[in-house]
Design a protein around this ligand. Structure first.
Ligand SMILES: [Zn+2]
Ligand SMILES: [Zn+2]
Length: 112
C-alpha cells in the first residue's frame, strides 16, 4: 500500500524520483546561469524559487531527496518543472522558456 505521504502535494501522483526543492532550484539556477539573464531578473527568479522551498517546508513528507538525502520532498518533478516554468516565464523571454522546456526535462533526470 502506498502511504499518503508519498504523493505529490500538488497533483497527488506518486513521487517516483524524489528531488527536494533545494536540489531542484540549484539545477534551475545552474541552467539559467549561461542564458545571459540580467542580475535583476535573476534575483527575481531566485526569490520565487525560494518561495517554492518555503512552501515545501510547510507541507513536509516522509520522502527524502535522492540527491542530498537530507531534505524532504513534497512535489513531483513534473509539478516542480511546471512551477519553475511559470517563474521563468514571468522573468525572461519566450526563447529562454522554450529552451527550458526542451532542456530541462532531460537535465533533471540526469541529476541522480
Ligand atoms: Zn505532482
Ligand atoms: Zn535534495
Amino acid at each position: 500500500m502506498v502511504k499518503i505521504t508519498n504523493l505529490c502535494t500538488s497533483c497527488v501522483h506518486i513521487i517516483t524520483n524524489p528531488i527536494c526543492p533545494y536540489c531542484f532550484s540549484k539545477q534551475v539556477i545552474t541552467w539559467l546561469r549561461d542564458k545571459n539573464i540580467s542580475a535583476y531578473k535573476m534575483s527575481n527568479i531566485k526569490r520565487y524559487l525560494k518561495k517554492l522551498i518555503i512552501e515545501a517546508e510547510e507541507t513536509p513528507s516522509d520522502i527524502r531527496c535522492i540527491v542530498c538525502g537530507s531534505k524532504r520532498v513534497n512535489l513531483c518533478i513534473h509539478c516542480f518543472t511546471n512551477k519553475a516554468t511559470k517563474i521563468i516565464e514571468k522573468n525572461t523571454d519566450e526563447e529562454i522558456i522554450n529552451n527550458f522546456n526542451e532542456d530541462f526535462n532531460t537535465i533533471i533526470w540526469r541529476v541522480h
